[in-house]
Design a binder for this molecule. Sequence first.
Ligand code: CA
Length: 421
Amino acid sequence: MSQQSLESWIEIPQDSDFTLANIPFGIFSDSFAGPRVGTRIGDTVVDLNALQSEGYLQGLGLPEGIFASSVLNPFMALGRSVAGLVRNRIIELFSADNQALQSNAEVQEKILRHDNQVVMCMPVNVGDYTDFYSSIEHATNVGKMFRDPDNALLPNWKYIPVGYHGRASSIVVSGTPVRRPNGQRKLPTEDAPTFGPCRTLDFELEMAFVTCKPTTLGETLTPKDAEEHIFGMVLFNDWSARDIQKWEYVPLGPYLGKSFASSVSPWVVTMDALEPFRTQGPKQDPAPLPYLECDVNANYDINLEVSIKPDGSHDEAKVCSSNYKYMYWNMLQQLAHQASNGCNINVGDMYASGTISGPTEDSFGSMLELSWAGSKTLPMPDGSERKFIQDGDTVIMRGHSGEGKNRVGFGEVKGQVLPAK
Ligand code: CA
């Protein structure tokens, strides 16, 4: 189906992330019923469970009640092709020239909600979560600060999509407050560590993809095969306690400095919607090993930005503008690498990109890099300054591709930091 400049009979505000070219999937609840599957067009949330009950989604191979679920996992498990049919049907039903729903006010009453009438919920039951480290600019910046400016990248980095297994249970939906963690931290000037509130709380600007097709234990994937396993993407803030992380990460890697919270945007944008924004990735030199060879364009041109809103301030300070296309390792390579040892993939796994930094100083995706390990400050709209995140600050990440009626966006992921307990 063509997605060129489609007009909808639903009002879509200018610069909305949720045009008819998008049609993401998410979980919402409202005063009428508990969590269920919906999509969003402009500022209107569409109840897909009610839409199916009213008979508008027939002939697509959908089980009865598939959208009554409180997570997207059962729907995602039907596979990308079924989700594509549903998305196309929704585009058709809400196109300006289609009268089926447009002329039926009674059904509209049952299926349409204003965005401010609903509460968005965690979209996916995340079984396993991996965090990669696939931005060459971020890995280089961190290497320069913490190791050797002349040999910032470790020898394995250009061969392996480096990653670690993160904590799935503490992934929360946008809007959930984030408590500043306590932990062990030790300044270089101190002889021994102390236990207390993190002093250098940070965000990491990331995106994550979720999987919709499992593999069995022992099965591997080529990057080409990985494509049909990837359902869609969300914005991902990998909150990071730098001082806790710095003390604990040797020799086994990130642990409690990361696992206190990660925040995701509530709408899962499908790979079908992002297809027009596919682009070539950076040249990979040396060439990847054969199991990671990828001859298709698998990067995506997605504009990303981060803002900080101090407690009590009406204004935000934009601190970073980056783009997902800077990723050195693409998600097909990441998933092929994940499965390369026979580790099984499940429906609802979440794979985060790693901090997405660009080449310029204003495109760095963490306060660690923006303040260059605390050696610089960033101005806030209320006159204060930041090196890291303070209590009461709200961190907001946004992302979108394209413009106008072809714009496909993620909305936002935000979280306010509460003081340590
Ligand atoms: Ca990370």
